[in-house]
Design a protein around this ligand. Structure first.
Ligand SMILES: [Mn+2]
Length: 429
């Protein structure tokens, strides 16, 4: 099933293809002079995918307000359609990451079929114990997996196990756990006891994991607990993942760190320890801003990818990170932002792929700081756009993502079919 008319994409591509081919040939020559085979880079970029968060296709919001967009998805089936459009045009987003209970539905096999009809599969499933759901017996106002009350903890554990069961029906292979537990006042919480309770609860969830599943622990420095968060940084996350066992790993959300933290170095440490679960890509200027990936600090994103490409290049055992976007779109059409961000992640991957690793190693060995850093800059400064355009074209996607999307009239169509609804999950974690 095609959500966007294939003829429209083809007509749009036809107008651009000659230029793309010329640009690609020129870039190929430039890279060849540097000893790089553009076809090898293209093949790796074509095989790269980043998951779409189901919550990302709705308009986000802040603590102050949410300004809904037109034709917002009303349910998980609508969300899958929007994800299908992103995948049809970008060819970089073959999977969707669901959030329970925001994405609850009555027939999971029907949902799996709907996803398949849009060319989509399911990535990690996300639990939610950071807000109360209708009819819930115990409130999470003062915590979930770390709550002082055993019945509240048991309820949160049971929800996570239910998420695993749903994920199994959908073909997921991972559970992502992020909790909002923590304290808003000094003295409110006994730090060590709260962490012990987290481990005890997490162990029960871990015990329910199927053999081929991973448990991804997502840390966050603050919010909603503004004084102290139980799993606040990669240290706590690593302690928990180590205590739980080999199937537990640490997920890095780029927005969940203190300002100016060297995230690429955290990534390197987690790779070294065999504990890097994967990423939630986004960008930030001040805090957990959930801005579009690479929109503010593209070089920081590049330095993260430099570590990832280096690990793959060096054949680090067990290295298999999961890639997801996690953004809040307050002023853009979420489909446009997600397509652009997926392409940005692809772009950054390609830039890291063309770093001369042998030259970088030699410069490091010779203590030649200037040449070493130039090796990285040379990758980052290279405009790899023609590679991305060719990858999309070859796979049946759109050379010009936003141009083709706007020409398709998809947003106007769904705006008519989907009357505005109040509420819905606006939370971004
Ligand atoms: Mn996240």
């Amino acid at each position: 099933m095609s959500l966007i008319d294939k003829n429209l994409i083809a007509a749009h591509n036809d107008r651009l293809l000659r230029h793309v081919n010329n640009d690609y040939a020129h870039l190929g020559e430039q890279l060849a002079r540097r000893g790089i085979d553009i076809e090898a880079v293209r093949a790796k970029v074509a095989a790269f995918g980043v998951a779409i968060p189901s919550w990302g296709v709705g308009t986000g919001g802040t603590r102050f307000a949410r300004f809904p967009g037109r034709g917002e998805p009303r349910n998980v089936f609508d969300k899958l359609e929007d994800c299908g459009v992103i995948q049809q045009l970008s060819r970089a987003t073959p999977t969707v990451s669901l959030h329970i209970p925001w994405d609850t539905c009555s027939d999971w096999s029907e949902l799996r079929q709907a996803a398949a009809s849009h060319g989509l599969a399911f990535d990690a499933i996300n639990s939610n114990t950071f807000s109360d759901q209708k009819g819930q017996a115990h409130s999470y106002k003062f915590g979930s997996l770390t709550h002082g009350d055993a019945a509240t903890r048991a309820q949160a554990v049971a929800h996570n196990i239910e998420c695993i069961e749903i994920g199994q029906k959908l073909g997921s292979k991972a559970l992502t756990v992020w909790i909002g537990d923590g304290a808003n006042f000094p003295g409110q919480q006994h730090f060590r006891r709260a962490f012990d309770r987290y481990l005890e609860s997490a162990q029960q969830i871990y015990a329910a994991l199927p053999g081929d599943w991973r448990m991804m622990l997502e840390h966050k420095i603050c919010e909603p607990a503004f004084y102290a968060t139980v799993i606040q940084d990669w240290g706590s996350s690593f302690m928990a993942a180590s205590a739980l066992g080999p199937k537990a790993q640490c997920l890095v959300d780029l927005g969940h760190h203190a300002p100016n933290v060297n995230i690429e170095m955290i990534v390197a440490r987690l790779i070294a320890a065999g504990k890097l679960a994967g990423f939630h890509f986004n960008d930030s200027k001040y805090g957990d801003d959930d801005l579009d990936a690479g929109s503010v600090a593209p070089y920081r994103l590049f330095l993260v990818f430099n570590e990832l490409v280096a690990a793959a290049h060096e054949g680090v055992s067990g290295f298999d990170p999961a890639y997801m976007l996690d953004q809040s779109h307050n002023v853009t059409d979420p489909i446009e932002s997600l397509m652009t961000s997926a392409a940005q992640v692809q772009r950054t991957y390609a830039q890291a792929l063309i770093v001369d690793r042998a030259a970088l190693d030699a410069a490091q060995d010779a203590n030649d700081a200037l040449v070493a850093t130039q090796c990285l800059k040379r990758g980052f400064d290279t405009d790899v756009t023609p590679i991305l355009q060719r990858v999309r074209f070859d796979a049946g996607g759109a050379i010009d993502l936003v141009g083709a999307y706007r020409a398709s009239g998809y947003r106007q169509r769904v705006a008519e079919a989907r009357p505005a609804v109040a509420g819905g999950g606006g939370g971004i974690v």
